[in-house]
Design a protein around this ligand. Structure first.
Ligand SMILES: Cc1cc2nc3c(=O)[nH]c(=O)nc-3n(C[C@H](O)[C@H](O)[C@H](O)COP(=O)(O)O)c2cc1C
Length: 483
């Protein structure tokens, strides 16, 4: 189902008992983080919180709205997000449906795709109030200073809209925004991200680039901004697919950019070529601070918002946090697309504790010598999986979602010298261990059963399993054993 807007989603969360209101005055300066962090660390992610009275502001703050499997699924309008993975699996099946009945069954899925395109509208709630020029004052928004050593307050759930200066194609990415003053901010599009590529192109033309930052909207739109879609796929089209309803887009007031009409708030503006300002430090996804780096500067020409907006945000820090639940949804929903490129892939687990891009456990249908190494190289060449620092490849029967099983197999199946592959390439900009920002080494381990052609001439032992007839007999006997 599609939500009308972010506050409609909050109402649904509240009806489902998933949202707690806090009427006590709690400050966006560190205090909201301390409360939210305690809640996010509860088993299964705690509850969403609406701070109705953030100290010093009259805009309520919503946090942890997608911070559990249930709320992440609700955000995407489904009982469980595996449903979306299944839908995508069917859509990307390589063989066309056989037989008339299967073709007919396919039609609703195809029409869902066809009706995903965003639609232009002439007005939207995000423009009920328009503040331009001197009226712009970002310090009126209850933006959190999240952690003690942060360089200031950061918008943590922003949807950044830009257009490719050469092709005119739109991109929406989630890049944090540090508030510098009333009308300027940082623009933290990292080196490898599409926003940064648009900016590089605008710089090479000596032009400024227009950008708009949207807050709120149907959470399917928010999720689409952080989803690792290929650069040429329009996130608003993907959002339309997820919510089964086109996203209504309205033109900004001061720049030629379309934004989702049903958002809580929009910042309109531009980024000048070659202008940089120190950005950070910021307590980041990794659980460490990212240090001060020069980043482009966003000049805000207008703030538009609905009459009574809510400010949606999150905090990041030592896992597990709300972003862990977003990342798990990405892992499951994108698995069928990864399988399109790497068909031998059975399953994939990017553990929350390793901040996703640092470590991957994958299982494959191994068919030939060196197959595990082929899969490592394929994953290192695939979209944002290029950031994966460590890949462990297992045989198909291994449950890679079971970390205990993975560690047991790793410890027993690896001859490090033979089974290790060292490589180099792009590394996530947030990684503080690499020799240079964004560049470093990777390692893969082949944890599969070895073949003679891989130099293994001994006999590979069987895993210990009890005989099925004994298991059955003891199952029957079990209630009588008093154990
Ligand atoms: C809460 C949150 C904050 C994020 N902050 C940033 C950021 O500041 N800079 C960045 O480049 N990516 C950030 N990301 C990751 C990007 O949103 C993600 O890689 C996305 O797929 C990028 O989109 P793009 O491929 O269109 O550039 C963040 C993700 C989340 C969930």
């Amino acid at each position: 189902m599609a939500y009308l807007h972010f506050q409609d989603f909050l109402s649904h969360l509240e009806s489902a008992g998933e949202l707690k209101r806090v009427s006590e005055s709690v400050s966006p300066n560190l205090e909201i983080t301390e409360v939210a962090n305690r809640v996010m660390k509860k088993p299964n992610g705690g509850e969403a919180i609406l701070f109705e009275n953030p100290t010093g502001f009259n805009i309520p703050v919503a946090i942890n709205t997608m911070g559990s499997r249930k709320r992440m699924s609700m955000a995407l309008g489904v009982d469980d997000y595996e449903e979306i993975a299944n839908d995508i699996s069917t859509l990307v099946k390589p063989e066309p449906p056989a037989g008339i009945m299967n073709k007919i069954r396919m039609l609703p899925r195809l029409s869902r795709l066809a009706s995903s395109s965003p639609k232009a509208v002439s007005s939207g709630i995000c423009q009920e109030i328009v503040e331009e020029g001197d009226a712009v004052d970002l310090t009126k928004i209850p933006v959190l200073k999240c952690w003690p050593d942060d360089g200031g307050a950061f918008i943590t759930l922003p949807l950044v809209f830009t257009y490719d200066p050469e092709t005119g194609k739109r991109n929406t990415g989630m890049y944090r925004i540090q508030i510098f003053d009333r009308n300027t901010t940082g623009m933290h599009w990292q080196l490898h991200k599409t926003g940064a590529e648009h900016y590089r192109k605008s710089e090479s033309q000596g032009q400024k680039i227009h950008a708009a930052v949207a807050l709120g909207g149907d959470p399917a739109i928010i999720f689409s901004a952080l989803a690792p879609l290929p650069p040429n796929v329009d996130e608003m089209m993907f959002a339309g697919f997820l919510r089964r309803k086109p996203v209504s887009m309205v033109k900004c007031k001061t720049i030629d950019i379309q934004v989702p009409a049903d958002c809580e708030m929009i910042l309109e503006g531009y980024v000048d070529p070659f202008e940089r300002r120190p950005e950070g430090p910021f307590g980041d996804h990794t659980g460490f601070y990212t240090l001060v780096e020069p980043y482009p500067v966003f000049h805000v020409t207008a703030v538009t918002h609905r009459k009574n907006p809510v400010y949606p945000c999150t905090i990041v820090g030592k896992p597990p946090m709300e972003d862990g639940w977003m990342g798990k949804a990405v892992e499951r929903i994108f698995l069928p697309l990864v399988r399109m490129m790497v068909p031998e892939l059975v399953d994939m687990n990017l553990p929350v504790e390793a901040c996703f891009h640092n470590l991957a456990f994958v299982s494959i249908r191994k068919r030939y010598p060196g197959h595990a190494f082929k899969v490592m190289n394929a994953l290192w060449g695939l979209g944002q999986l290029m950031f994966t620092k460590m890949i462990f490849v297992f045989d198909e029967e291994v449950d890679v979602q079971n970390i205990q099983e993975c560690i047991w197999r790793i410890a027993n199946n690896i001859d490090p010298e033979r089974d290790m592959l060292l490589s180099k390439g792009p590394i996530d900009v947030l990684d503080h261990s690499s020799r240079a920002m964004g560049f470093g080494s990777k390692i893969g381990f082949d944890c599969t059963r070895k073949l003679p052609a891989e130099g293994y001439t001994r006999e590979w032992p069987n895993v210990i399993e009890m005989s099925p007839e004994i298991v059955k007999r003891i199952d029957e006997l079990w209630p009588k054993l008093g154990l």
